[in-house]
Ligand binder design. Structure first.
Ligand code: MG
Length: 268
């Protein structure tokens, strides 16, 4: 299934995507569905191009993984971590897949990171990697927008990763049963039409199952938590000269089988 949230005057509503049609659901929110609410359509059908797709939902926890692709670690001049490098993005960073991403005044070096987002559907605490994928509800696309200057000069990354609009995601959640292997997905990022990242989730240092095992040994993952799993090489900071995001840019991130998110960047 592909499940999305779409904007209404009364706030976002959950829906099932069937071909080019959106079937609104009776559930209160897509997060409720992720938590186990049944997928029951109301009977309405709306053409996809007539709805405004919202962020799937605001996660309880949004956990980021740093340096999880060897080629990205190499381009930043860092060693590959020996254990997953966790950080938190703030739930208020979440925004619609169509954005916009609004650059805060405190950065002059905002960067893009196309990533596979993992949506937790079953509570996970101390789960071994061999059983970890059973706790995944589905997958989506995220841009882990990052303020490189603040990431460099502040030891905690809360501002670097947590600004409002720094986590556009969607366009929908594809349920785990439709993703045969989360470690075999091509992922590409364009900025204003130029291909910047062209990677595969096969290159993750710590695959999704190991991430869930590691995180759930540290703290509980709950339904509606989201892990954004790191980015492949090609980020703006690693380019010569660096290519940071600027007012008027359009970022597109696409993952095979999961769709694409595309959003403008607006200067502060
Ligand atoms: Mg990242």
């Amino acid at each position: 299934m592909r499940l999305l949230s779409f904007a209404t005057p009364d706030g976002p509503r959950p829906a099932l995507l069937e071909g080019d049609e959106v079937l609104p659901l009776r559930a209160g929110s897509l997060r409720d569905v992720v938590g186990g609410a049944p997928v029951v359509p109301t009977g309405r059908r709306i053409p996809l191009d007539e709805v405004e797709i919202a962020a799937p939902f605001r996660p309880g926890k949004l956990i980021g993984i740093g340096l999880n692709y060897r080629d990205h670690a190499a381009e930043t001049g860092k060693d590959v971590p020996e254990v997953p490098l966790l950080f938190a993005k703030l739930p208020t960073a979440v925004t619609a897949p169509a954005g916009p991403v609004v650059l805060p005044a405190y950065t002059a070096a905002a960067d893009f990171e196309g990533e596979l987002a993992v949506v937790i559907g079953r509570e996970a605490r101390g789960v071994p990697a061999a059983r970890a994928l059973r706790h995944v509800f589905g997958y989506a696309v995220m841009n882990d927008v990052s303020a490189r200057d603040r990431q460099r000069d502040e030891p905690q990354w809360v501002r670097a990763k947590g600004a409002d609009t720094f986590a556009p995601w969607g366009p929908w959640i594809t349920t785990a049963d439709e993703v045969a292997d989360p470690q075999a997905l091509s992922i590409r990022t364009w900025v204003s039409g130029e291909l910047m990242q062209d990677g595969t989730t096969a290159d993750m240092v710590f695959p999704v199952a190991e991430l869930i095992a590691f995180i759930s040994a540290s703290f509980t993952l709950e339904p509606g938590d989201v892990i954004t799993t790191g980015t492949p090489a090609g980020v703006g900071q690693a380019r010569t000269p660096p290519r940071f995001l600027r007012d008027g840019d359009v970022v597109r991130v696409e993952i095979d089988g999961l769709g694409a998110i595309e959003h403008p960047v607006v200067g502060s």
